[in-house]
Design a protein around this ligand. Sequence first.
Ligand SMILES: Cc1cc2nc3c(=O)[nH]c(=O)nc-3n(C[C@H](O)[C@H](O)[C@H](O)COP(=O)(O)O)c2cc1C
Length: 217
Amino acid sequence: MSHPVIDDLLWRKTTKKYDSSKKVSEQDLAILFEAMRLSPSSINSQPWKFVVIESDEARQRMSKTFSRMHEYNQPHVFESSQFILFAYNPRYNRSDFDKVVAQYIEDGRVKTEDSNKAYGAFVFAENNTDETGDTSCWTRAQTYLALGNSLHTLARLKIDATPIEGIDAELVNKEFEKELDGYYCEVALAIGYHHNDDFNAKLPKSRLNMDEVLLRI
Ligand SMILES: Cc1cc2nc3c(=O)[nH]c(=O)nc-3n(C[C@H](O)[C@H](O)[C@H](O)COP(=O)(O)O)c2cc1C
């Protein structure tokens, strides 16, 4: 099948080794960051924070968090162009949704006098909040949508990437506690350009057959 969307998806392969001499241009970064911001989320909650690690100092801090596990992902911290933490709000509440509604009014989507109606959707957040105020199951899922959207955007831009769950969440969240500001990171994304020695770039794409994963009824 040939189509630009399918071509993008076939082109992208998780990078296992980066060429540290190649950096993503500011122009492409701006497109990626805008695509991340434009990602869809349940009730437009946008319960995410993205922390872009690119300075030497931040890379050193990130590198330290691999001291206990997932060392195979550690080289990406220095060799990729950027290493991005995708974090979710573990306690999304009404004051977080206040910002969304205020933005609706600013963007002309909702009239000030109708703001109460916009809060109707918040019941969805309430239904996904446990008795302790924890919304992690729900907000974490939204953050993965931003991750998926980023992966496709990067493929379109012909930028390589590695989605990374292989991080030590405890150490990452401790090290970047100030920047994460109450948000919680369990997944990251390295971006850049693969090295000629990246074995995965040469392997064929492999997925389950369509009839294993899709049913038309
Ligand atoms: C949420 C998520 C977490 C992943 N974590 C890692 C990881 O920690 N390290 C790694 O090398 N690859 C990781 N991968 C890459 C997957 O193994 C890869 O996407 C899958 O094998 C399909 O290959 P492809 O991305 O090349 O199409 C992750 C992928 C996803 C979507």
